[in-house]
Design a binder for this molecule. Structure first.
Ligand code: 3PG
Ligand code: MG
Length: 397
């Protein structure tokens, strides 16, 4: 039994399709600087149009408090038109007479983008009156915004209770990849979790140790775990008040039979800057005035070996200060190894989260992973084992 209805199940001809996508893309001076998210959803838009539907795009942009011209979706809609190489109409509001007239004027195959849903308070409040206003504009609702599915907002969740609901192609691919990575993975499963703070990834770590066979902890977060084990980390970034929590996670891992892999050596510098003079030290010999900025060569080899033993990899967060060369070496080496194993058919590799995507792009390996999610918060909540409202509403009951 499939869990979700997809575009394969929808009769789109002449239907007004309310299509929720994530257009929360990075911009600078009103220009879109990264079109990855737009490229991902492009096939859903064109498929709806090609099947004779009227694609009415709903999306949020930024976190405006009320209507704010600086957070208009208009320039982003123009970028969508450029990426899909088709005209995309625009209406200055997502509900009310203007939106209604624009939708009314659409012909089969047309594409229209409505203004930022967050210009109305009812969006984030998931207000039934606002949901009803949106629902007037469509016959069916297609959600292709996994990266906003952790929000129970009117356009990401509420509409799913009002109109026949379908997963778009990006949502479908995302759910399929995530299911392969943690819900029904090929074992053994290895997780890599990096980033700065244990405190922001606590729930994620606790959920993972009970699900995966091996957990590699990287980034400044690893320093907190090392400290907890009595290892001196010099001036490295660490959360000194989280060491008890770190010990609790290690205990939970042991109880669950999850091997925790921490660095055995580290690249240490005295300054947090690109190309700062640096040297590798064994983890029990970190100089008191030094800062750990990356995992060392022996740790890299251990991570690679652990990947060799795994069938599935799920990755969130870089190892070191990857934005400062050469302290991106550990992340790049591990990413390349994962890409090689994936290409050789030996590993299912799924990665996600803002920094992670940037790191994998910089390593030039994104397209060789099984799946790289463009979701930030939603990917984390999924790794925490939380149900995402925008996904749950799509489930066939
Ligand atoms: C994102 O960019 O991660 C999503 O679009 C969600 O945006 P939000 O964090 O403002 O809800
Ligand atoms: Mg965000």
């Amino acid at each position: 039994m499939p869990q979700f209805r997809t575009l394969d199940d929808a009769d789109l001809k002449n239907k007004r399709v309310l299509l929720r996508i994530d257009l929360n893309v990075p911009t600078e001076n009103g220009k879109v600087t990264d079109t990855t998210r737009i490229e991902r959803i492009a096939p859903t838009i064109t498929e709806i149009a090609d099947k004779g539907g009227k694609a009415v795009i709903l999306a949020h942009f930024g976190r405006p408090k009320g209507r704010d011209p600086k957070e208009s979706l208009k320039p982003v809609a123009a970028e969508v038109a450029r990426v899909i190489a088709r005209p995309v109409g625009f209406a200055d509001d997502c509900i009310g007479p203007e939106a209604e007239a624009a939708v009314e004027a659409m012909k089969s195959g047309d594409i229209l983008c409505l203004e930022n849903t967050r210009f109305h308070q009812g969006e984030e409040k998931n207000d039934p009156a606002f949901v009803a206003e949106l629902a007037k504009l469509g016959d069916i609702w297609v959600s292709d915004a996994f990266s906003a599915a952790h929000r129970a907002h009117a356009s990401t969740e509420g509409l799913g209770h009002k109109l026949p609901a379908y997963a778009g192609r990006t949502m479908q691919a995302e759910l399929d990849a995530l299911s392969k990575a943690l819900e029904h993975p090929k074992k053994p499963v290895i997780a890599i979790v990096g980033g700065a703070k244990v405190s922001t990834k606590l729930e994620l770590l606790e959920n993972l140790v009970s699900k995966v066979d091996a957990l590699v902890i990287g980034g400044a977060m690893a320093n907190t775990f090392l400290l907890a084990q009595g290892i001196r980390v010099g001036k490295s970034l660490a959360e000194r008040d989280m060491t008890d929590t770190a010990l609790r996670i290690l205990e939970k891992a042991e109880g669950a039979g999850c091997a925790v892999i921490l660095p055995v050596d580290a690249v240490v510098a005295c300054r947090f800057e690109a190309h700062a003079p640096s040297q590798s030290y064994g983890i029990d010999a970190i100089p008191g005035d030094g800062m750990i900025l990356d995992i060392g060569p022996q740790s890299i080899e251990r991570v690679k070996a652990a990947m060799d033993d795994a069938a599935t990899l799920v990755w969130n967060g870089p190892f070191g200060a990857f934005e400062l060369p050469p302290f991106d070496r550990g992340t790049v080496a591990a990413a390349r190894h994962a890409a090689e194993l994936t290409s050789a058919g030996r590993l299912v590799s799924v990665a996600g989260g803002g920094d992670t995507v940037a790191a994998l792009n910089a390593a030039g390996v994104s397209d060789r992973f099984t799946y790289v999610s463009t979701a930030g918060g939603a990917f984390l909540e999924w790794m925490e084992g939380k149900p995402l409202p925008g996904v749950e509403v799509l489930r066939i009951k």
